[in-house]
Write a protein of this length. Structure first.
Length: 300
């Protein structure tokens, strides 16, 4: 949707140009996902850096002597320190956080966190290793304004798709319960699956833009089409694309998806507006036998 939004602002852009923007956005999402994992790794690794610095003090306090590097042995951290993960970071050119500023400041807060203190001072089962990392991510990092600022400085507009990143990080961490070095891995971007789904939406929405606009105008007679929210129009056009040209997607699924997008990204009343227009359009297209669904698309 974000890629096609550029086309709504500049209709001289071609489908190829929009697909290139989509590809860049997909890569951006993957880099942000990897960056989150990198910060988790570096905070935990800083426990060892902190321990080494304390050990070099000429006069050590009891606190200096009581440092604990247990977190560096967590299965997720062991993997994130592996050559496999390091090679992915290098390949994808992921931004590296500042160790002596960003990571250090995050670690200072992290080591005071009550859940971390409980973690290092207790014996926990293997499954609990996974649960602690989930809490570290969701309850410590995501609620830390400094971390959010670090991500946004490195990757502007991160908040547009933060739900995707957060969901995938949690899925990755939950794989700890099945951890084995030969099986546990960081997923590559599913370029083929993503493009197979999204490229047709881009192409059909652009190629049939005037046709879709004409149909929308039929059901918005009391409105000037130019005055309708651009994102509302785009959500309706993309839903029509799926209704007419993507037979494997159930019609109701398409409509519900774009109602949710309109609610999320457009005006307060956009969800209701898009729902009403799409319901009328779907009924008209059905009466004209223009909606043909197959396979999974037959499920309503």
């Amino acid at each position: 949707m974000q890629s096609l939004y550029y086309r709504e602002l500049d209709n001289s852009m071609t489908a190829t140009q929009i697909k290139n923007i989509f590809d860049q956005h997909l890569l951006h999402l993957y880099q942000v996902y990897l960056f989150h994992l990198l910060v988790i790794r570096d905070i935990c690794n800083y426990a060892l850096t902190d321990a080494n610095r304390r050990a070099m003090k000429f006069i050590q306090t009891q606190q200096d002597k009581a440092v604990n590097i247990k977190i560096t042995k967590n299965p997720l951290i062991l993997f994130l320190n592996s050559s496999i993960f390091k090679s992915i970071i290098e390949k994808e050119q992921v931004h590296i956080p500042d160790q002596d500023l960003e990571v250090k400041l995050l670690f200072q807060k992290f080591k005071e966190w009550s859940q971390y203190q409980n973690y290092i001072n207790s014996e926990i089962a293997y499954k609990s290793e996974m649960l602690f990392m989930i809490n570290l991510y969701n309850d410590f990092l995501l609620k830390n304004e400094f971390f959010i600022q670090i991500v946004e400085d490195a990757y502007p507009n991160y908040s547009d798709d933060d739900d995707i990143t957060i969901a995938n990080i949690n899925i990755t961490i939950k794989n700890l319960q099945f951890y084995e070095k030969k099986y546990f891995h960081i997923p590559e971007i599913k370029y083929i699956e993503a493009t197979a789904m999204c490229y047709p939406i881009i192409e059909h929405t652009i190629n049939h833009n005037e046709e879709f606009a004409t149909i929308i105008a039929e059901y918005t007679q009391n409105w000037e089409i130019e005055r309708l929210a651009i994102l509302d129009q785009l959500c309706i056009k993309m839903a029509m694309c799926e209704l007419l040209y993507m037979p494997e997607i159930p019609g109701n699924d398409s409509i519900n998806e774009y109602i949710d997008l309109a609610k999320m990204y457009s005006t307060p009343k956009s969800g209701e507006f898009v729902n009403g227009i799409l319901d009328k359009i779907k009924n008209k297209l059905k009466e004209a036998n223009k909606i043909i669904k197959t396979g999974a698309g037959l499920k309503e």
